[in-house]
Design a protein around this ligand. Structure first.
Ligand code: C2O
Ligand code: CU
Length: 510
């Protein structure tokens, strides 16, 4: 089923991918194996410069990237790799990151989940001018808080993020880690619209779909039913805007079988850092034969690990999970969303000595599984205590009516949305209500928040995050944070199409 109508930008991006993919078929042999899988391999990690400042060089440039054998696309990358180099920084050390823009268009970098000074936040037009082709920009900050963060372009994200400008950023604690481990892997998930395969079903209802709520990821959702009956274009009209035809799913820039297997040893505790860099899709991550213990939400530690069968991850979220390696063999780590594993979102987990075992194929769907939910975890008090006033803001999210790409906050599109004004030290509370038919992963720049309540239910021990999924069909979320980082901070839906459609406001902290 092909989209009945495609927006101009989606079409041009897809054509871009398709045209270059054909030209590049088989022509380029890239080094096999996602480099970011190997701990410590990071061409950009740099060296301490003068005065104890660590210097790191990143170059954004176009790249031919082999998603899978024979599937070569023309993308954009940091230092020639997708994802870009994994930066491992120490909490509070001084880092200077020099971005050279070798793209034929402007770009910027946003340090997602990092409490950077406002001028380092990478939002064009708000915190800096876009970095023009051939120019450089120096980002300098002290990485905080600890945990799994990431960095990505903040310029025309619908295009540049989709083409590969993203990478992990891990901030290591100065002290001991609350959840020790023997080995770790970072896994970055992404969706691709290459025009070479059958479009995958949308996951527009987000975690609601994953949990079998109003939506139901097994195809019971209204939007998906309409898609099935009337074709994708019509589903798009019912459920919201037009969706590009995402047809390849990758883990660390590679679609199975190109993904590099993860090695584990029996008896080890293995930490997996899961990052969803997708523009559009929620993924539900499972490991055959094992349960997963969630330890961190968007990089922030829980009080204790929470064991589940699978972890739904909406765009821009991160989860750290521990795996107790107790079932020797070969297994698949994969996404249980229909079609995703087959489209590439699976990677082998091989116990040492079992490299030749056969893994059972992935199982689609989540029937009968215990899924991670925001109210399952118990968060730690890691935010700075408030010292000022209490302020509450009500934000109604809507849009996407009749296939439009208009997305609003309190009926306005950015830049006409009303900024949230507060002072440093204030305790700010934001109540989101979603009146649209798609989920919105709402992300706040510059500081993390607690999730106080979801769909009217208070969380006993609020978890700490920087992106929170507000479910479709009247889902609601209440967050609270201490406005400790002064500046003008974006608060927006992390689906670039929704963001570019207007679902952005500013938290102005004076
Ligand atoms: Cu990760 Cu404003 O974004
Ligand atoms: Cu959205």
């Amino acid at each position: 089923m092909e989209a009945a109508a495609v927006t101009g930008s989606a079409l041009s991006r897809r054509e871009f991918l398709r045209a270059s993919g054909q030209a590049g078929l088989g022509a380029v042999a890239l080094a096999a194996g996602g480099g970011a899988l190997l701990p410590g391999r990071s061409g950009a990690t740099g060296h301490p410069g003068s005065g104890g400042v660590r210097e790191i060089s990143l170059e954004a440039r176009e790249v031919r990237w082999e998603l899978a054998p024979g599937k070569v696309i023309k993308g954009m990358a940091y230092n020639g790799q997708i994802p870009g180099p994994e930066l491992r920084l120490r909490e509070g050390e001084r880092v200077r990151i020099v971005l050279k823009n070798s793209l034929p268009e402007p770009t910027t970098i946003h340090w997602h989940g990092v409490d950077v000074p406002n001028s380092m936040d990478g939002v064009p037009g708000i915190t800096q001018k876009p970095v023009a082709p051939g120019q450089t920009f120096v980002y300098e900050f002290e990485p905080r808080p600890t945990g799994t963060r990431w960095y990505h372009t903040h310029f025309q994200e619908h295009r540049q993020l989709d083409l590969g400008l993203y990478a992990p950023l891990l901030i290591e604690p100065a002290g001991p880690d609350p959840f020790p481990f023997d080995r770790e892997y970072t896994l970055v998930l992404d969706d691709w619209a290459t025009g070479t395969g059958r479009p995958l079903p949308s996951t527009r209802e987000g975690t609601a779909g994953g949990r079998g709520g109003m939506g139901g990821m097994m195809g019971g959702g209204m939007g998906r039913m309409m898609e099935g009956m009337m074709g994708r274009g019509m589903g798009g009209m019912m459920g919201g805007g037009q969706h590009p035809a995402y047809d390849v799913m990758t883990i660390n820039g590679k679609a199975f079988p190109a993904s590099q297997p993860l090695t584990v040893r029996e008896g080890e505790r293995v930490r997996l850092r899961l990052i969803n860099a997708s523009a559009d899709h929620t993924h539900v991550i499972r490991l055959g034969g094992h349960r997963l213990r969630v330890t961190h939400t968007d990089g922030n530690p829980l009080l204790q690990a929470m064991e589940v069968d699978a972890v739904p991850i909406v765009p821009s979220e991160r989860y750290d999970v521990l795996l107790a390696a107790g079932r020797p063999g070969a297994w698949f780590l994969y996404c249980a969303e229909p079609g995703h594993a087959v489209a590439g979102e699976q990677v082998l987990v091989l116990y040492e000595g079992h490299e030749r075992d056969r893994a059972e194929p992935p199982v689609e769907g989540v029937a009968g599984l215990t899924l991670w939910r925001y109210d399952l975890g118990r968060g730690r008090e890691v935010l700075p205590p408030p010292s000022g006033q209490e302020r509450t803001f009500d934000l109604t999210l809507s849009g996407g009516m009749m296939g439009s790409e208009v997305w609003t906050i309190n009926d306005e599109r950015y830049p006409h949305t009303e900024p949230l004004r507060m002072r440093k030290g204030d305790r700010a509370r934001i109540r989101f209500r979603n009146m649209s038919m798609e989920a919105h992963p709402m992300h706040l720049h510059g500081q993390s928040f607690k999730v106080l309540a979801v769909n009217g239910q208070r969380l006993a021990a609020p978890i700490v995050k920087d992106s929170v999924d507000v479910e479709a069909h009247m889902g609601s979320v209440v967050i609270e944070f201490t406005a400790h980082n002064p500046g003008d901070w974006f608060l927006h839906c992390h689906k670039p199409m929704h963001m570019e459609g207007g679902m952005i406001t500013l938290a102005k902290i004076a």
